[in-house]
Ligand binder design. Structure first.
Ligand code: URA
Length: 270
């Protein structure tokens, strides 16, 4: 018998099942007491179209690539933000959905905001309440926005829409399958600029590898996957980091001032 022998694999699986093994190990341990779940449901079989080389993103595993294709299709069909939220909730292509998350967490804020804010991913509080940035970090972010005159001028979302177990950083694959929905949100809100909160957001949106301390406070041009959308984007420090390192708040404040100065700059006509 070789490891590739399907009968060997079947018999090994049957042995494990009999021995009581009912879940695969993940990269990070699932805190099932925290998550309040016993066993996460298995994702139903996806009926996504087979990826074609024309639309398949290079470098992605086939299952991720087909989930991206399905996400693109669903996102493109969403005519407004409510439809997009429903499409995200019904999407089964992001593994995070099946790793203990209670619900999808999409967005909060003004649907026509000039500033679109992108965080890393929902935490425990967000998972429980179904809205992004509503825990301690979110409260600090709101205070900063209020001080900068940005309350009611922001639309807030994340790179992934389900809570990563144990609040770990979302993987590039998880971000990739959520990205079509995020891009559709950007298209529907049509903001003037993006604020990328924290390293995982900045790195994923800008496809850059530098640390957040080097990226923060600088202007970059964000471009959508199709190249059709382009917007100025500024990375800044994550409020959870600021709660741990209050001395860094003045850097984040300086970033917000730079950003609001551009946001409020009158646009030059023709
Ligand atoms: N941190 C994030 O990056 N996003 C949230 O929604 C909450 C905490």
């Amino acid at each position: 018998m070789t490891p590739a022998d399907p009968r060997a694999a079947e018999s090994l699986l049957a042995f494990w099942a009999e021995a009581g093994v009912d879940a695969m190990l993940l990269d990070v341990a699932v805190d099932r007491i925290e998550a309040g779940k016993i066993v996460p449901p298995r994702p139903p079989e996806r009926k996504a179209a087979a990826p074609t080389s024309a639309v398949r993103k290079p470098g992605l595993a086939p299952d991720v690539a087909s989930a991206v294709i399905e996400a693109r299709r669903l996102a493109a069909e969403a005519r407004d933000l409510d439809a997009l939220k429903a499409a995200i909730s019904g999407f089964d292509g992001c593994p995070l959905k099946f790793e203990g998350a209670r619900q999808a967490v999409f967005s909060r804020g003004a649907a026509d905001a000039p500033l679109l804010v992108i965080g890393e991913g929902p935490g425990a509080e967000e998972d429980a309440r179904g809205e992004p940035f509503v825990g301690k970090a979110g409260q600090l972010l709101d205070k900063m926005f209020a001080a900068a005159g940005l309350t009611d001028r922001v639309f807030i979302t994340n790179t992934v829409f389900w809570r990563p177990p144990g609040n770990r950083t979302p993987t590039p694959q998880e971000q990739a399958v959520c990205q079509p929905f995020l891009e559709r949100a950007i298209e529907l809100v049509a903001p003037k600029m993006l604020l990328l909160v924290g390293a995982p957001s900045a790195k994923s949106m800008l496809k850059r590898d530098e640390g957040i301390l080097s990226l923060r406070g600088r202007w970059f041009e964000w471009r959508s996957e199709s190249g059709e959308l382009e917007l100025p984007a500024m990375p800044t420090l994550h409020p959870a980091f600021l709660l741990r390192q209050p001395a860094a708040k003045k850097k984040a404040w300086s970033d917000l001032l730079t950003l609001t100065e551009r946001l409020d700059r009158p646009e030059r006509g023709g």
